[in-house]
Design a protein. Structure first.
Length: 481
């Protein structure tokens, strides 16, 4: 829409000056973009040409997010052609319930199960061999009565060694536990961001750090805020709260954990409200102008839609930048952020500089008019956003007040991505406080993450859900020697 408005003004100005208009490269570009976008929409909306294969895990938190994701895809007109449930190692009632819930959101007969494979496949040949172990979901459900014991693999390729580690995690010895708890306390800063690849348990680790900070940290004196800036938040699922849109409008106190507040940010809605306020002020400004002309009408259309040029992810940054005000005002002693996975996190870290440049350019465009005072009011939210973004960027680069905790798994692909993320974060000057090795079994080897300290978080069966279970799990963390 914005490009069309700018092109319309371009045509108007050329026609007014030369009394004729001849197509140019801008017209060709717009026509090509329209064709490309139209072809993409047609392809994505055709179930014969495109479809999504969802890969999930048989865990309550992951299943809940998969259900929401499937509904979002349907609303966009994208067909779901199959669902693969990965890393299944037992076939008890809990797994059966997860499989049945997933079967309800996918096409009939196209739910598949893949057993946990140890070690994880690496390379084309091993990945192809792993796909050869796929079972139909109906077959897995049919085995439930004959294989009731937790920890049994579905096939010989399953992780049979894990049977010795099934059930709740065991607490380490008191001295090991004390060392681990001191290390956890050292990981936390005024602003702590928990990062990692999707599916590593990042949300559960963020919840554990927040619960520890609120209930078990003797140095805490103020309230703690646990924030999800992920467009698909799962904090409510991890805490066992099934209320739709819980804590999305703003921070909510967690009754089971005094001093802890939770906010599942709806960043898109927050930025949409900003855009609406901006457009309303632009409209009021132009309505007040006298002697309106076609030229001004084009300018009005262009200015109304300038926010559409915002860099991708600006909505998440806009919501996150507001947290700086909460810290300055002393509303929270600590804020723990559960962002989207690796790619989104790096974009979020790199956005402040890009967003400042964008907002400055936007202000220069707005200020082209002589009636500056009216447009200053129209752009007030942008000015505030610029100020908050600078403050957030300063906070992120202050290692005494902010840092990142990385979450990883003992799998080659995850370890490699964790190392890349660590290197990228190091290049930005943002401190990495440590690594949490999640879902560790007794027999697991210790990968070199090149970051210290390293906290070992044990695998539990089933995964922890709810404040009590997550708190107990956190008490079982230990410091890697």
């Amino acid at each position: 829409i914005l490009l069309d408005s700018m092109q319309a003004k371009h045509r108007f100005m050329v026609s007014a000056l030369t009394r004729r208009y001849r197509r140019d490269a801008a017209d060709d570009f717009l026509d090509e973009m329209r064709r490309t976008l139209g072809q993409l929409r047609d392809a994505l909306g055709s179930s014969e040409r495109a479809g999504a294969i969802l890969v999930t895990r048989p865990e309550r938190v992951v299943v809940s997010e998969t259900v929401r994701y499937a509904e979002s895809l349907r609303q966009m007109g994208i067909a779901i052609v199959a669902i693969i449930v990965d890393a299944i190692e037992r076939t008890d009632a809990e797994i059966a319930a997860a499989m049945q819930e997933l079967a309800a959101i996918g096409p009939s007969g196209l739910l598949f199960a893949l057993p946990r494979i140890d070690p994880p496949p690496v390379g084309l040949m091993q990945c192809a061999a792993a796909l050869g172990k796929l079972d139909s979901g109906e077959t897995v459900l049919g085995r439930r009565k004959s294989v009731p014991k937790a920890g049994k693999g579905l096939r010989s390729g399953s992780r049979a060694k894990r049977t010795s580690n099934a059930g709740p995690a065991r607490r380490p010895r008191d001295d090991d536990r004390d060392r681990a708890q001191r290390t956890i306390r050292d990981l936390l800063r005024t602003l702590t961001i928990v990062g990692g690849k999707g599916g590593v348990g990042k949300t559960t680790v963020a919840c554990a750090l927040a619960i520890y900070s609120a209930l078990d940290d003797p140095t805490r004196t103020g309230d703690v805020l646990l924030v999800s800036s992920d467009p698909a938040p799962s904090i409510g699922d991890a805490l066992g709260i099934a209320v739709a849109n819980w804590a999305s409008a703003g921070p909510e106190p967690l009754a089971a954990t005094p001093g802890l507040h939770v906010w599942q940010m709806d960043a898109a809605s927050a930025f949409h409200e900003l855009s609406d306020r901006y457009r309303d002020r632009i409209d009021r400004f132009f309505d007040a102008l006298t002697g309106g002309s076609i030229d001004i009408a084009y300018d009005r259309a262009i200015l109304r839609d300038l926010l559409a040029l915002a860099p991708p992810g600006i909505d998440e940054l806009y919501a996150l930048a507001s947290l700086g005000d909460a810290l300055e005002e002393g509303r929270y002693e600590r804020i723990i952020v559960d962002p989207a996975p690796t790619g989104h996190l790096m974009r979020l870290i790199e956005l402040p500089a890009l967003a400042l440049e964008w907002s400055h350019r936007l202000m220069r465009l707005i200020m082209k008019y002589h009636e500056v005072s009216g447009l200053v009011e129209a752009a007030q939210d942008l000015i505030n956003f610029s100020r908050r973004t600078r403050a957030l960027d300063r906070l992120l680069h202050d290692s005494t007040k902010a840092g990142v905790v990385l979450v990883s798994l003992d799998e080659p692909a995850v370890v490699a991505e964790t190392k890349r993320l660590s290197a990228k974060l190091g290049a930005t000057g943002i401190a990495i406080r440590g690594v949490v090795r999640n879902r560790v079994v007794k027999q697991a080897e210790r990968p070199n993450h090149a970051v210290t300290p390293v906290i070992v978080a044990p695998d539990t069966n089933p995964p922890p859900v709810g404040v009590a279970a997550i708190r107990h799990w956190c008490e079982c963390w230990r410091l890697q020697d």
